[in-house]
Design a protein around this ligand. Structure first.
Ligand code: 2P0
Length: 330
């Protein structure tokens, strides 16, 4: 492999995705191989823009997020990922990484999905790798599992796989299915337990974990069909039961992990009320107290009003978003 010196820079944009069938638990932490497959919707409203410059003069990797230099664990995750990219390219220089989120970081709003997808695309491109979408999905997975899905727009299915080669995401046919997610911003502060630690504790200690994992396989098959036929009620029902089941596994972990706050439950009640009133609205929650409510675009205002009133919180409406893309090429 030729050693590449000289500066090279690339900028990528990747959008957040929210899982409709969740990823929760790894069977291989080093390779980030999940215990189960998952399926997500990429959102148009939230994204990360990341520039990577391999720089002959830089003494060490420099990483800033929203203008603030990263340190400690968060910085290490990025530098280890850069080491992985460097090991596959002729690049030996350190990197200057500048990243900006339109989404609060570390609040269960899936900022790591867009963050590592954008980093994978920008770093591999600046490093001179020409990866197809599957290879990029595999690489992004090594940074953060959910990032494997943010390489794609629309709906994406991440195959659990057996090894590095077989664990990647791909687009799911969705035939013009264009629902929205009303995001109830219950709390945008940092979560109490990182999802990486929380999922490991759940797999290791929750007696409910494998029951959920088994049911998630059924959810995944049914979800793929429901998305393909654009059946919002079926998609919503499967998504809601899968998410509640995932939170049940965490509540049974030892010690318990509880991301759901009183305001989360208030939003869940308002979603039930909406359904009783004939509105197709379904909730999903990730590693935090915020709630994403899936509904038809025509119902977005009425859903946003109801969930906002229930918890006294702001909302944002997100539609189906695009694939990750390079905006500045080397
Ligand atoms: C998901 N989450 O499918 C699930 C649902 C949170 C709840 O993917 O350890 O940051 O970096 O692979 O991708 C959050 O976990 O975890 C996540 P790592 P990640 O979207």
């Amino acid at each position: 492999m030729p050693v590449m010196t000289g500066d090279a820079q690339a900028t990528a944009v990747a959008h957040v995705n929210v899982a409709l069938v969740k990823y929760w638990g790894k069977r291989d932490a080093e390779l980030v191989l999940p215990c189960t497959g998952s399926l997500s919707m990429t959102l148009d409203a939230f994204w990360t823009t990341t520039t990577v410059r391999f720089c002959a003069e830089a003494g060490d990797d420099q990483v800033t997020l929203d203008g603030v230099p990263l340190a400690g664990g968060p910085r290490r995750r990025v530098t280890e990922f850069l080491d992985l990219v460097r090991s596959r390219t002729g690049r030996i220089g350190k990197a200057v990484v500048d990243s900006a989120n339109t989404v609060p970081t570390g609040a269960g709003l899936a900022s790591s999905s867009s963050g590592f997808a954008a980093l994978a695309m920008a770093a591999s491109s600046a490093g001179g790798l020409d990866l197809d979408a599957t290879a990029l999905s595999r690489l992004a997975r090594r940074g953060s599992g959910s990032a494997s899905r943010s390489v794609f727009g629309g709906f994406a299915l991440w195959h659990a796989g057996q090894d590095d080669a077989s664990s990647y995401a791909e687009p799911v046919p969705s035939a013009g299915f264009e629902p929205v997610m009303v995001v109830a911003l219950v709390d945008t502060g940092h979560k109490s337990v990182h999802s990486r630690d929380a999922m490991q504790r759940t797999v290791e200690s929750s007696p409910l974990y494998w029951a959920w994992a088994d049911s998630a396989a059924v959810d995944l098959t049914q979800m793929r069909c429901a998305v393909a036929r654009g059946d919002l009620d079926a998609v919503g029902e499967i998504a809601e039961r899968n998410a509640l089941g995932m939170h049940a596994t965490m509540l049974a972990a030892r010690p318990a992990i509880r991301y759901l706050a009183p305001a989360t439950v208030a939003v869940l009640d308002s979603v039930l009320e909406l359904r009783r009133a004939g509105v197709s609205a379904y909730a999903t929650m990730d590693a935090g107290p915020n709630v994403k409510v899936l509904c038809h675009r025509a119902d977005a205002d009425v859903v946003a009003e109801a969930v906002s009133a229930s918890a006294g919180c702001p909302t944002a409406v997100a539609g189906v978003g695009p694939a990750a893309r390079l905006v500045v090429k080397p």
